[in-house]
Design a protein around this ligand. Structure first.
Ligand code: SF4
Ligand code: SF4
Ligand code: SF4
Length: 333
Protein backbone atom coordinates (compact mmCIF):
# COMPACT_ATOMS: atom_id res chain seq x y z
CA UNK A 1 0.00 0.00 0.00
CA UNK A 2 1.24 3.50 -0.86
CA UNK A 3 2.34 5.68 2.04
CA UNK A 4 0.50 8.85 3.05
CA UNK A 5 3.03 11.10 1.32
CA UNK A 6 2.33 9.49 -2.07
CA UNK A 7 -1.42 9.61 -1.52
CA UNK A 8 -1.15 13.25 -0.50
CA UNK A 9 0.85 14.01 -3.66
CA UNK A 10 -2.05 12.54 -5.59
CA UNK A 11 -4.52 14.72 -3.66
CA UNK A 12 -2.48 17.77 -4.67
CA UNK A 13 -2.78 16.72 -8.33
CA UNK A 14 0.74 15.31 -8.75
CA UNK A 15 0.26 11.52 -8.66
CA UNK A 16 3.39 10.88 -10.74
CA UNK A 17 5.66 13.46 -9.10
CA UNK A 18 9.21 12.33 -8.56
CA UNK A 19 9.75 15.04 -5.97
CA UNK A 20 6.58 15.87 -4.05
CA UNK A 21 6.39 12.80 -1.77
CA UNK A 22 9.98 13.47 -0.65
CA UNK A 23 9.22 17.17 -0.15
CA UNK A 24 6.15 16.36 1.95
CA UNK A 25 8.18 13.96 4.04
CA UNK A 26 10.46 16.86 4.97
CA UNK A 27 7.54 19.05 6.08
CA UNK A 28 5.10 16.63 7.70
CA UNK A 29 5.08 13.68 10.05
CA UNK A 30 3.38 10.51 8.77
CA UNK A 31 0.51 11.15 11.21
CA UNK A 32 0.05 14.74 9.97
CA UNK A 33 0.00 13.49 6.37
CA UNK A 34 -2.70 10.89 7.13
CA UNK A 35 -4.74 13.47 8.98
CA UNK A 36 -4.60 15.79 5.95
CA UNK A 37 -5.94 12.94 3.82
CA UNK A 38 -8.99 12.66 6.07
CA UNK A 39 -10.08 16.28 5.43
CA UNK A 40 -12.43 18.07 5.05
CA UNK A 41 -14.01 17.88 8.46
CA UNK A 42 -14.28 19.19 12.00
CA UNK A 43 -11.94 17.89 14.71
CA UNK A 44 -14.72 15.57 15.90
CA UNK A 45 -15.34 14.19 12.40
CA UNK A 46 -11.62 13.62 11.80
CA UNK A 47 -11.29 11.93 15.20
CA UNK A 48 -14.16 9.61 14.23
CA UNK A 49 -12.60 8.75 10.85
CA UNK A 50 -9.16 8.04 12.31
CA UNK A 51 -10.31 6.47 15.60
CA UNK A 52 -8.37 9.07 17.59
CA UNK A 53 -9.33 11.18 20.57
CA UNK A 54 -10.57 14.69 19.78
CA UNK A 55 -7.95 16.55 21.82
CA UNK A 56 -5.05 14.82 19.98
CA UNK A 57 -6.69 15.65 16.65
CA UNK A 58 -7.18 19.27 17.73
CA UNK A 59 -3.54 19.55 18.65
CA UNK A 60 -2.38 18.17 15.26
CA UNK A 61 -4.84 20.42 13.41
CA UNK A 62 -3.43 23.42 15.32
CA UNK A 63 0.09 22.48 14.21
CA UNK A 64 -1.03 21.95 10.59
CA UNK A 65 -2.73 25.36 10.61
CA UNK A 66 0.49 26.98 11.82
CA UNK A 67 2.46 25.09 9.17
CA UNK A 68 0.07 26.43 6.54
CA UNK A 69 -1.40 23.21 5.18
CA UNK A 70 -5.00 23.82 6.21
CA UNK A 71 -7.64 26.48 6.32
CA UNK A 72 -10.89 26.60 8.27
CA UNK A 73 -14.38 28.05 8.01
CA UNK A 74 -16.76 28.43 10.91
CA UNK A 75 -19.78 26.19 10.34
CA UNK A 76 -22.46 26.40 13.05
CA UNK A 77 -19.83 27.70 15.46
CA UNK A 78 -17.34 24.90 14.77
CA UNK A 79 -14.12 25.03 12.80
CA UNK A 80 -14.38 22.95 9.65
CA UNK A 81 -10.92 22.31 8.23
CA UNK A 82 -9.96 21.97 4.57
CA UNK A 83 -6.71 21.25 2.76
CA UNK A 84 -5.03 24.23 1.10
CA UNK A 85 -4.56 23.07 -2.47
CA UNK A 86 -2.07 25.58 -3.82
CA UNK A 87 1.18 23.81 -3.02
CA UNK A 88 3.34 26.89 -3.00
CA UNK A 89 1.05 28.60 -0.50
CA UNK A 90 0.69 25.48 1.63
CA UNK A 91 4.37 24.64 1.92
CA UNK A 92 6.34 27.84 1.59
CA UNK A 93 4.22 30.54 3.27
CA UNK A 94 5.85 29.41 6.43
CA UNK A 95 8.23 30.88 9.00
CA UNK A 96 9.96 27.51 9.28
CA UNK A 97 10.93 26.95 5.63
CA UNK A 98 14.61 27.44 6.39
CA UNK A 99 14.45 24.49 8.81
CA UNK A 100 13.45 22.03 6.07
CA UNK A 101 17.10 21.72 4.99
CA UNK A 102 19.11 22.01 1.79
CA UNK A 103 17.65 18.92 0.13
CA UNK A 104 14.17 20.43 0.45
CA UNK A 105 15.23 23.52 -1.56
CA UNK A 106 16.82 21.39 -4.26
CA UNK A 107 13.75 19.13 -4.58
CA UNK A 108 11.43 22.14 -4.59
CA UNK A 109 13.32 23.93 -7.38
CA UNK A 110 13.38 20.78 -9.50
CA UNK A 111 9.70 20.09 -8.98
CA UNK A 112 8.78 23.62 -10.09
CA UNK A 113 11.04 23.71 -13.13
CA UNK A 114 10.29 20.16 -14.32
CA UNK A 115 6.72 19.45 -13.19
CA UNK A 116 4.71 22.47 -11.99
CA UNK A 117 5.74 24.69 -14.91
CA UNK A 118 3.92 22.29 -17.27
CA UNK A 119 0.71 23.96 -16.05
CA UNK A 120 1.79 27.03 -17.99
CA UNK A 121 1.63 25.21 -21.33
CA UNK A 122 -2.15 25.69 -21.29
CA UNK A 123 -4.27 28.78 -20.77
CA UNK A 124 -5.69 29.03 -17.26
CA UNK A 125 -5.45 31.00 -14.08
CA UNK A 126 -2.23 32.77 -14.84
CA UNK A 127 -0.75 35.95 -13.40
CA UNK A 128 -0.83 39.37 -15.06
CA UNK A 129 1.74 42.14 -14.97
CA UNK A 130 0.48 45.49 -13.75
CA UNK A 131 2.21 48.67 -14.85
CA UNK A 132 4.06 51.34 -12.93
CA UNK A 133 1.16 53.68 -13.42
CA UNK A 134 3.20 56.89 -13.31
CA UNK A 135 4.79 55.65 -16.56
CA UNK A 136 1.47 55.67 -18.43
CA UNK A 137 1.05 58.58 -20.82
CA UNK A 138 -1.32 61.32 -19.58
CA UNK A 139 -4.93 60.83 -20.64
CA UNK A 140 -4.70 57.05 -21.20
CA UNK A 141 -7.40 54.88 -19.67
CA UNK A 142 -6.37 53.01 -16.51
CA UNK A 143 -8.77 50.74 -14.67
CA UNK A 144 -8.90 50.51 -10.85
CA UNK A 145 -7.88 46.83 -10.87
CA UNK A 146 -4.82 47.39 -13.05
CA UNK A 147 -3.05 49.83 -10.76
CA UNK A 148 -1.59 49.27 -7.33
CA UNK A 149 -3.23 52.33 -5.77
CA UNK A 150 -6.68 51.31 -7.09
CA UNK A 151 -6.37 47.83 -5.58
CA UNK A 152 -5.11 49.15 -2.24
CA UNK A 153 -7.84 51.78 -2.05
CA UNK A 154 -10.54 49.10 -1.96
CA UNK A 155 -8.77 46.81 0.51
CA UNK A 156 -10.02 46.62 4.10
CA UNK A 157 -6.95 44.76 5.37
CA UNK A 158 -3.45 44.80 3.89
CA UNK A 159 -0.56 42.59 5.01
CA UNK A 160 2.91 41.90 3.68
CA UNK A 161 4.53 38.47 3.86
CA UNK A 162 7.85 37.01 2.77
CA UNK A 163 8.06 36.13 -0.92
CA UNK A 164 7.72 32.32 -1.16
CA UNK A 165 9.47 32.26 -4.55
CA UNK A 166 12.58 34.07 -3.36
CA UNK A 167 12.90 32.29 -0.01
CA UNK A 168 12.80 28.93 -1.75
CA UNK A 169 14.68 29.68 -4.99
CA UNK A 170 17.30 32.01 -3.47
CA UNK A 171 18.70 33.05 -6.85
CA UNK A 172 19.02 36.79 -6.11
CA UNK A 173 19.46 39.24 -3.25
CA UNK A 174 16.33 41.26 -3.95
CA UNK A 175 14.18 42.25 -0.95
CA UNK A 176 12.11 39.38 0.41
CA UNK A 177 9.32 41.00 2.41
CA UNK A 178 7.43 42.02 -0.73
CA UNK A 179 4.23 39.97 -1.20
CA UNK A 180 1.15 42.03 -0.47
CA UNK A 181 -2.02 40.21 0.53
CA UNK A 182 -5.45 41.80 0.69
CA UNK A 183 -8.65 41.31 2.69
CA UNK A 184 -9.34 37.63 3.61
CA UNK A 185 -5.86 36.52 2.51
CA UNK A 186 -4.32 39.29 4.63
CA UNK A 187 -6.38 38.27 7.68
CA UNK A 188 -5.28 34.66 7.25
CA UNK A 189 -1.61 35.67 6.97
CA UNK A 190 -1.92 37.78 10.13
CA UNK A 191 -3.73 35.04 12.06
CA UNK A 192 -0.95 32.59 11.23
CA UNK A 193 1.77 35.08 12.12
CA UNK A 194 3.45 34.83 8.70
CA UNK A 195 3.03 38.49 7.78
CA UNK A 196 2.55 41.95 9.22
CA UNK A 197 -0.22 44.47 8.72
CA UNK A 198 0.46 47.60 6.66
CA UNK A 199 -1.40 50.85 6.25
CA UNK A 200 -2.24 51.90 2.69
CA UNK A 201 0.56 54.48 2.82
CA UNK A 202 3.10 51.91 4.03
CA UNK A 203 2.04 49.53 1.26
CA UNK A 204 2.38 52.26 -1.39
CA UNK A 205 5.83 53.11 -0.09
CA UNK A 206 6.81 49.42 -0.28
CA UNK A 207 5.68 49.30 -3.92
CA UNK A 208 7.83 52.35 -4.68
CA UNK A 209 10.85 50.66 -3.09
CA UNK A 210 10.17 47.52 -5.14
CA UNK A 211 9.96 49.57 -8.34
CA UNK A 212 13.31 51.17 -7.50
CA UNK A 213 14.75 47.68 -7.00
CA UNK A 214 13.49 46.69 -10.47
CA UNK A 215 10.77 44.28 -9.30
CA UNK A 216 7.71 43.71 -11.48
CA UNK A 217 4.20 44.00 -10.03
CA UNK A 218 1.92 41.04 -10.72
CA UNK A 219 -1.61 40.03 -9.69
CA UNK A 220 -3.92 37.11 -10.46
CA UNK A 221 -5.37 37.61 -13.94
CA UNK A 222 -8.97 38.62 -13.28
CA UNK A 223 -10.86 41.82 -12.55
CA UNK A 224 -12.59 40.49 -9.42
CA UNK A 225 -11.45 39.47 -5.95
CA UNK A 226 -7.75 40.28 -6.32
CA UNK A 227 -6.17 38.91 -3.11
CA UNK A 228 -2.45 39.36 -3.78
CA UNK A 229 -0.11 41.84 -5.45
CA UNK A 230 3.42 40.54 -5.85
CA UNK A 231 6.73 42.25 -6.57
CA UNK A 232 8.64 39.79 -8.68
CA UNK A 233 12.02 39.03 -10.19
CA UNK A 234 12.60 36.96 -13.33
CA UNK A 235 15.04 34.60 -11.63
CA UNK A 236 12.86 33.32 -8.77
CA UNK A 237 9.20 34.10 -9.53
CA UNK A 238 7.29 30.98 -10.59
CA UNK A 239 5.39 32.93 -13.24
CA UNK A 240 8.15 35.13 -14.66
CA UNK A 241 10.71 32.36 -14.57
CA UNK A 242 8.37 30.04 -16.48
CA UNK A 243 7.53 32.77 -19.01
CA UNK A 244 10.96 34.33 -19.56
CA UNK A 245 13.43 31.56 -18.81
CA UNK A 246 11.49 28.38 -19.65
CA UNK A 247 9.61 30.00 -22.57
CA UNK A 248 6.12 29.01 -21.35
CA UNK A 249 3.25 30.75 -23.10
CA UNK A 250 0.65 31.07 -20.37
CA UNK A 251 2.46 31.87 -17.12
CA UNK A 252 1.86 35.60 -17.06
CA UNK A 253 -0.03 38.06 -19.23
CA UNK A 254 0.93 41.48 -20.57
CA UNK A 255 -0.52 44.77 -19.33
CA UNK A 256 -2.73 46.80 -21.67
CA UNK A 257 0.22 49.06 -22.50
CA UNK A 258 3.59 49.06 -24.21
CA UNK A 259 6.62 51.27 -23.90
CA UNK A 260 7.64 53.84 -26.53
CA UNK A 261 10.83 55.93 -26.61
CA UNK A 262 11.12 59.55 -27.62
CA UNK A 263 14.55 59.36 -29.29
CA UNK A 264 14.81 63.13 -29.34
CA UNK A 265 14.83 63.24 -25.53
CA UNK A 266 17.02 60.15 -24.98
CA UNK A 267 20.55 60.81 -23.71
CA UNK A 268 21.76 57.29 -24.66
CA UNK A 269 22.61 56.29 -21.06
CA UNK A 270 21.46 52.66 -21.58
CA UNK A 271 19.81 52.37 -18.15
CA UNK A 272 16.50 51.17 -19.62
CA UNK A 273 18.20 48.07 -21.06
CA UNK A 274 19.26 46.95 -17.58
CA UNK A 275 15.81 47.68 -16.17
CA UNK A 276 13.97 45.43 -18.63
CA UNK A 277 13.54 41.85 -17.35
CA UNK A 278 12.03 40.73 -20.65
CA UNK A 279 15.08 41.44 -22.85
CA UNK A 280 12.95 43.75 -24.96
CA UNK A 281 15.26 46.74 -25.49
CA UNK A 282 18.30 46.87 -27.77
CA UNK A 283 20.60 49.74 -28.63
CA UNK A 284 20.56 50.54 -32.35
CA UNK A 285 22.82 53.41 -33.44
CA UNK A 286 23.16 54.39 -29.75
CA UNK A 287 19.38 54.74 -29.26
CA UNK A 288 17.11 52.21 -27.47
CA UNK A 289 14.71 50.31 -29.69
CA UNK A 290 11.83 48.43 -28.05
CA UNK A 291 10.52 45.20 -29.54
CA UNK A 292 6.74 45.80 -29.52
CA UNK A 293 5.91 42.10 -29.51
CA UNK A 294 8.08 41.30 -26.52
CA UNK A 295 7.17 44.32 -24.37
CA UNK A 296 4.98 43.41 -21.35
CA UNK A 297 4.24 47.05 -20.50
CA UNK A 298 5.57 46.85 -16.94
CA UNK A 299 6.95 50.41 -17.09
CA UNK A 300 10.17 49.71 -15.19
CA UNK A 301 12.27 51.10 -18.06
CA UNK A 302 10.32 54.37 -17.93
CA UNK A 303 10.31 54.76 -14.17
CA UNK A 304 14.05 55.42 -13.94
CA UNK A 305 14.78 57.04 -17.29
CA UNK A 306 16.67 60.19 -16.19
CA UNK A 307 15.12 62.35 -18.92
CA UNK A 308 11.59 60.85 -19.04
CA UNK A 309 12.09 59.71 -22.61
CA UNK A 310 9.95 56.56 -22.21
CA UNK A 311 6.22 56.30 -21.61
CA UNK A 312 3.58 53.59 -21.76
CA UNK A 313 0.89 53.89 -24.40
CA UNK A 314 -2.37 51.96 -24.30
CA UNK A 315 -2.60 49.21 -26.91
CA UNK A 316 -5.40 46.94 -25.63
CA UNK A 317 -8.99 47.48 -24.53
CA UNK A 318 -10.59 46.61 -21.16
CA UNK A 319 -11.60 43.16 -22.52
CA UNK A 320 -7.91 42.17 -22.24
CA UNK A 321 -8.52 41.64 -18.51
CA UNK A 322 -11.01 38.80 -18.00
CA UNK A 323 -14.11 39.49 -15.90
CA UNK A 324 -13.60 36.66 -13.44
CA UNK A 325 -12.19 35.98 -9.99
CA UNK A 326 -8.41 36.36 -9.95
CA UNK A 327 -6.50 33.26 -8.84
CA UNK A 328 -6.85 33.26 -5.04
CA UNK A 329 -4.12 32.77 -2.49
CA UNK A 330 -4.69 29.85 -0.15
CA UNK A 331 -7.43 28.13 -2.19
CA UNK A 332 -8.76 25.12 -0.35
CA UNK A 333 -10.91 22.03 -0.84
S1 SF4 B 1 4.94 35.75 -7.44
FE1 SF4 B 1 6.62 37.26 -7.18
S2 SF4 B 1 6.51 38.27 -5.18
FE2 SF4 B 1 4.99 36.55 -5.31
S3 SF4 B 1 5.99 34.97 -4.34
FE3 SF4 B 1 6.61 34.77 -6.48
S4 SF4 B 1 8.39 36.15 -6.88
FE4 SF4 B 1 7.56 36.50 -4.84
S1 SF4 C 1 17.02 55.27 -19.89
FE1 SF4 C 1 16.11 56.94 -21.04
S2 SF4 C 1 17.81 58.24 -21.56
FE2 SF4 C 1 18.69 56.29 -20.97
S3 SF4 C 1 18.89 55.13 -22.90
FE3 SF4 C 1 16.92 54.61 -22.03
S4 SF4 C 1 15.49 56.04 -22.98
FE4 SF4 C 1 17.53 56.85 -23.29
S1 SF4 D 1 10.45 47.58 -22.50
FE1 SF4 D 1 10.77 46.08 -20.90
S2 SF4 D 1 10.87 47.29 -19.01
FE2 SF4 D 1 9.96 48.58 -20.58
S3 SF4 D 1 7.76 48.30 -20.33
FE3 SF4 D 1 8.44 46.86 -21.90
S4 SF4 D 1 8.81 44.97 -20.77
FE4 SF4 D 1 8.75 46.61 -19.24
Amino acid sequence: MEDSYHRLSEAYGFPESRYLPRILEKCLTEREASLLLSLPGTAEEVAGKLCMDVSSVQSILGELFQKGFIFYDLVEGKRRYTLITNLRDAITVNNRVEQFGEEFFDLWARMYDEEVSRDFDVEGYEARVIPVHEAIEPGAEILPYEKVSGLLEKAETIAVMRCPCRITNRRCDNPVETCITLNGAAKYVLERGVGRELTREEALSLFNQCEDAGLIHQVGNGSLGVSWICNCCACCCVYLRAQIISGKKYATVKTRYRAVVDSGLCNECGLCIDRCNFGTIKMVNSKPVIDEEKCFGCGLCASQCPVNAISLIQTRGPEHIPTREAEPLFSSI
